[in-house]
Design a protein around this ligand. Structure first.
Ligand SMILES: Cc1cc2nc3c(=O)[nH]c(=O)nc-3n(C[C@H](O)[C@H](O)[C@H](O)COP(=O)(O)OP(=O)(O)OC[C@H]3O[C@@H](n4cnc5c(N)ncnc54)[C@H](O)[C@@H]3O)c2cc1C
Length: 68
């Protein structure tokens, strides 16, 4: 059931602290929402935090991650 709250922004739960959850958190913060990000792990980063990929590299010089 979705409850509509007149005039009030809902509190938001984000499940997952990977790049998707972090991006959602940024958007919610910019929108002035009260939110909490939950993850079954103990930190942020998702796949990139939970695993290591020896030899993984970017084939072009890049210093940032681009959402695609
Ligand atoms: C080697 C490699 C290269 C890649 N290269 C690219 C790339 O160039 N560009 C690109 O866009 N993507 C790439 N990806 C895909 C990669 O999945 C994304 O970069 C990114 O990690 C996706 O973010 P996400 O937040 O959707 O998922 P994830 O990073 O998987 O994060 C999901 C999080 O949710 C948590 N979670 C899941 N279920 C629950 C639950 N029930 N309760 C609580 N927490 C939960 C997990 O613990 C995890 O921390 C690559 C992946 C790999 C492995």
């Amino acid at each position: 059931m979705i409850a509509k709250m007149a005039g009030a922004k809902p509190k938001v739960a984000v499940v997952g602290a990977g790049p998707g959850g972090i991006a959602m958190g940024i958007q919610l913060a910019q929108g002035g929402y009260d939110f909490t990000i939950f993850d079954r792990g103990d930190g942020f980063g998702g796949t990139w935090r939970n695993n290591t990929y020896p030899g993984a590299a970017c084939d072009v010089p890049s210093h940032f991650y681009s959402y695609s």
